[in-house]
Design a binder for this molecule. Structure first.
Ligand code: KG4
Ligand code: ZN
Length: 343
């Protein structure tokens, strides 16, 4: 195996939640990318762990094979396999991790266990390969909301994080409350187009002066109270509530990001995670970036939500540094983003 290649061919595998995904990259060049989104959870309004592991087991071989078919690449051409080892659902993680271990053993290539949160931070590199740390990242996904000072590979400082619900989680819970579908983020994003964002004003929790932490549970409760107060909720009301709720979340994220920029002095800002797909958030942060003279990077839509391309991209960075994992590396459902942590 050649550890010095600068454009290694990496197979990425992601199975931490409800997406089974595989990608083949040459350096940061995406040669193929397959995402199988498990629809079975829709009728439950959230991810059911046991169903997720079973669906991953069912799909994984086919998804990886499709990734190879799409780029016409052979398994023997792969230099290393990168796979999510946490955080996520235990059963779901194990499916991807065990598959990756088997693949690495069969091909006699290194395994790179990737922290899913770290991979989200680097997703914009798939569009902007020249983007290098240090930068400030606002990571907003279904499970995490944090402001991270990214100094380098496995070298971070978390400047703020959520004290209760994650931003994406609050979109999902609000959508469930309004009975408008799952996952809530994309549904609220679209429905907000037909609503008036100033019709209902929901509270913005900014916590203590200067705090970079987040709290979204109050907003969700405010929506609940508003809905309970009204005797009848029309489709028009739902659109206004969606738009008002989205505006409140975006306002808080914008304010916290501005505080973090001021405190850290960073001029490069990365927006990542599933909620980074939100059009209103991109619009508002884009304006802030313009006013404050910041360079704002966000991944293409397909790399905002969970995907194997970002796992493979992180694998490329580890590969270049010769940082590989042992075959004994475990799945860690509550893996944190900490400097120097085992990926
Ligand atoms: O990053 P991700 O795919 O999974 C986690 O690692 O958590 O994020 C999924 C989250 C879900 O909560 C989903 O509702 C939210 O991202 N999301 C959005 C949008 N697209 C996905 N939230 C707001 N607006 C969107 N357009
Ligand atoms: Zn994710």
């Amino acid at each position: 195996m050649n550890k010095k290649k600068t454009h290694p061919c990496i197979l990425g595998i992601e199975s931490s939640c409800d997406e089974t995904s595989a990608a083949v990259l040459s350096g940061f060049d995406v040669r193929s990318h397959i995402v199988y989104s498990q629809m079975i959870h829709k009728k439950y309004g959230g991810v059911v762990p046991e169903l997720a592991s079973r669906a991953h087991e069912h799909a994984i071989s086919q998804v990886v094979e499709s990734a190879f078919d799409q780029c016409g690449c052979r398994p023997a051409e792969i230099d290393a396999v990168a796979v999510t080892c946490g955080p996520g659902l235990m059963g779901a993680l194990l499916v991807g991790l065990n598959y990756a271990k088997g693949f690495a053993l069969a091909q006699n290539i290194p395994l790179i266990a990737v922290n899913h949160i770290e991979a989200h931070l680097y997703a914009p590199m798939l569009e902007f390969p020249e983007l290098e740390p240090p930068f400030l990242c606002l990571l907003v996904s279904g499970g995490h909301t944090m402001l991270v000072d990214v100094r380098g590979l496995r070298d971070f400082e978390i400047l703020g994080s959520t004290r209760d619900d994650a931003a994406g989680e609050s979109f999902d819970k609000t959508a469930r409350l309004l009975k408008i579908g799952y996952p809530g983020g994309p549904v609220i994003d679209t429905l907000s187009d037909s609503g008036n964002r100033n019709a209902v004003r929901f509270p913005r929790s900014l916590l203590e002066a200067g705090s970079l932490d987040f709290s979204f549970s109050g907003m969700k409760t405010a929506v609940l109270h508003y809905v309970n107060q009204k005797k009848h909720i029309t489709d028009r009301d739902k659109a206004d509530i969606a738009a008002g709720f989205q505006e409140a979340v975006v306002d808080v994220l914008d304010e916290k990001l501005r505080r973090a920029v001021k405190r850290s002095g960073h001029k490069k800002v990365v927006l990542a995670g599933g909620v980074a797909a939100n059009r209103r958030l991109r619009e508002v942060l884009g304006k802030t970036a313009e006013r404050k003279n910041l360079r704002l990077y966000y991944p293409p839509l397909e790399y905002c939500t969970d995907n194997a391309a970002m796992i493979a991209a992180t694998g490329v960075m580890y590969y270049r540094k010769g940082m590989f994992s042992s075959m004994e590396v475990p799945a860690v459902p509550n893996l944190k983003l900490t400097s120097g942590s085992e990926g």
